[in-house]
Structures are given as C-alpha cells and as structure tokens.
Design a protein around this ligand. Structure first.
Ligand code: NI
Length: 173
C-alpha cells in the first residue's frame, strides 16, 4: 500500500469529470487500497480518485467512529439513483480544501448503486453522515467541490485563502 499525495484546490484536476471504470481489475483494487490508506492517514472519512490525480470514478469511504471497527466502503462507478426531497444543512470540509468549512445543502437520504471491488453491483440507502459523505464524494467525480454549492463570494474567499497558503509555503530544495 502507498500513501498518495492529495491535490489541493484550486487545482484544475479537481475540476475535471472522471471517467467510468470498465472493469474492476487488480490496478483498481490497488488504487482503492492506496486511497483508503491515504484517507485514514489524512485523516478523513471519504476520498475520491480525482483528489489523488486519478480521473476515474472510484471512491472510498469509512464513517466508523474512532472507537468502532473500520467499515471501509470501496465504490466503483457510484451513482445516486434516488434522493429524498427533504434537504438539510450540514457543515462540510474536504481534504482538498484543508481547514476550510462551509454549510452545504444536501438531500437528507440517498440510494446509491455502485460496483464493488469484486465486480458485484450493490445498492444501499444512506442518510446522516454517510449520506452527506456519499453525495460529497460523488460530486468530486463530476469535478464539483463543496464550495461550488455556496455563494460565489464565500467560494472565492476560500479559494483565495488556499492559493495564498500555497504561495506562503517555504521552498524546500
Ligand atoms: Ni472532498
């Protein structure tokens, strides 16, 4: 397994639509394991392949609490096949927008269909933190970040902060 570098906004690769995976092979399985290790180390509860520079529809999630057994979800080509009309406001962050948070409106519950690491098609219903996380990660596959759901003013403020943080980083040679 390997820890992969996580892209930080504004990076054009985070704004690209990811391509569907035709077959789950060893390469995809390895990518999912590397993404899980990267996510746990960050630490985060979800990671999409575009965040590690891979433009494929692959997502990993684990919303287990610290004192619970890990519950890793490995999803290929995930799609939301139903979303509740009810919406809720939830404060979100993202590993690609470090230390930035904003309230985002999401569906309260969604039904997700995906292909698992053994090429089986699966479905599940998600609400609460898992529901939010799934919607956030599938957004990444469309090149959508949580800041794309908030006002332009607030989005630009966050992106400018991140750009400045990048410029202020010391150069290591
Ligand atoms: Ni994210």
């Amino acid at each position: 397994m390997a820890i992969l570098p996580i892209l930080v906004a504004p990076d054009p690769r985070l704004k690209t639509k990811a391509k569907a995976v035709e077959k789950v092979d060893d390469g995809i399985r390895q990518l999912m394991e590397d993404m899980l290790e990267t996510m746990y180390q960050a630490p985060g509860i979800g990671l999409a392949a575009p965040q590690v520079g891979v433009a494929k529809r692959v997502v990993v999630i684990d919303v287990a609490k610290e004192d619970e057994e890990p519950q890793p979800l490995r999803m290929v080509n995930p799609e939301i096949i139903w979303a509740s009309d009810d919406e809720e406001l939830y404060e979100e962050g993202c590993l690609s927008l470090p230390e930035q948070f904003a309230d985002v409106v999401r569906s309260v519950a969604v039904r997700v269909r995906y292909v698992d690491h053994q090429n089986e098609i699966r479905e599940f219903d998600a609400d609460d933190i898992l529901g939010i996380c799934v919607q956030h990660e599938i957004d990444h596959l469309e090149g959508t970040l949580f800041v794309d759901h908030i006002s332009k003013l607030k989005r630009n403020m966050i992106l400018r902060k991140l750009q400045k943080a990048r410029k202020d980083q010391p150069v290591t040679v």
